[in-house]
Design a binder for this molecule. Structure first.
Ligand code: FES
Length: 295
């Protein structure tokens, strides 16, 4: 059985779901207010923050492994390990924030990822203690074991991103399917004012749901599948969030600026795919931006 198949099997184990739900509640309570949680999600950056922060412990610990080979560079290795230990706290907080807003299968693997990271951190702390006490051999042994555990944990995190699409922009998948021609969204007067309506565009094989919002004579149109994990924005609401009129997802409350599609509230860290709009003879038409046209 391949490593990926093993991880897929593990993501189906539901024995610890009750414990994970309690942990999720605790994380949500601890990471308040929402602005703090959004800071950790990376909603302000337009990119998930966790993988960026996680680069520091991974990079410093890997570099320390190389510097530990030769005696003259071992003090530098100790400094790098210390840096990685300090950087693991913000990385863990950002990971916990994202983990708390994912589905069951991702949360199960995420728990394994977190436990592995805590084990790696413990080994590196033990390594620093051993080095401080003058037991360099033990310090290096603990650090190399920690590097192995951290590497295994990183592969779990990679599986969560690539195989389970956690952190991916889920609106892009539908955008890729959608025709790049102008789509007739119907008469302006048929659109309800101030709330999203469902329209569909021609896709490759299946229609693509669109969320269309009319405010007076102005219309904003988006891919309906939410950038976070694909919730139906056409069933969402229009609300003012942090000073902007936003389309709000009914699943986890991500809020997208109606003008730009940029996130104004998490858990999403990605912008929602937005269509260009034109009006002709009382009808509304939408079209994907040219970046989606394949050459
Ligand atoms: S699917 Fe989670 S906020 Fe939309």
């Amino acid at each position: 059985m391949s490593l990926l198949a093993v991880l897929d099997r593990l993501s189906e184990v539901s024995s610890f779901d009750k414990t994970l739900e309690s942990a999720r509640t605790a994380v949500n309570k601890a990471l308040q207010p929402q602005a703090f949680k959004d800071l950790l999600h990376g909603s302000w950056l337009g990119h998930p923050l966790h993988p960026i922060l996680a680069m520091v412990p991974v990079g410093t610990w890997l570099s320390a492994g190389l510097l530990d080979i030769a005696p003259p560079t071992r003090p530098a290795a100790t400094a790098l390990i210390t840096t990685g230990v300090a950087a693991s706290l913000p990385a863990a907080l950002a990971g916990a924030a994202d983990w708390s807003e994912q589905d069951d299968a991702v949360r199960r693997l995420g728990a394994l990822h977190a436990v592995s990271n805590v084990a790696a951190l413990g080994l590196y702390v033990g390594s620093l203690v051993a080095r401080k006490k003058g037991n360099g051999g033990l310090g290096r042994a603990l650090a190399y074991t920690g590097l192995g555990v951290a590497s295994a944990s990183a592969s779990i995190g990679g599986h969560m991103s690539y195989a389970q699409s956690s952190g991916a922009n889920h609106s892009v998948v539908d955008a890729r399917q959608l025709t790049t021609d102008w789509i007739d969204l119907g008469p302006l007067d048929d659109l309800p004012d101030g709330r999203p309506a469902l329209r569909t565009g021609e896709g490759q094989g299946a229609p693509v749901p669109l969320a269309v919002v009319r405010r007076g004579a102005k219309v904003d149109a988006f891919i309906s599948a939410c950038a976070h994990v694909g919730g139906p924005l056409a069933e969402g609401t229009v609300e003012e969030v942090r000073g902007s009129e936003c389309l709000v997802c009914p699943w986890h409350g991500s809020a997208f600026d109606l003008e730009s599609g940029q996130p104004r509230r998490g858990p999403t860290a990605s912008a929602q795919e937005k269509l260009q709009v034109k009006y002709e003879a009382g009808r509304v038409f939408g079209k994907l931006p040219d970046r989606h046209v394949s050459k």
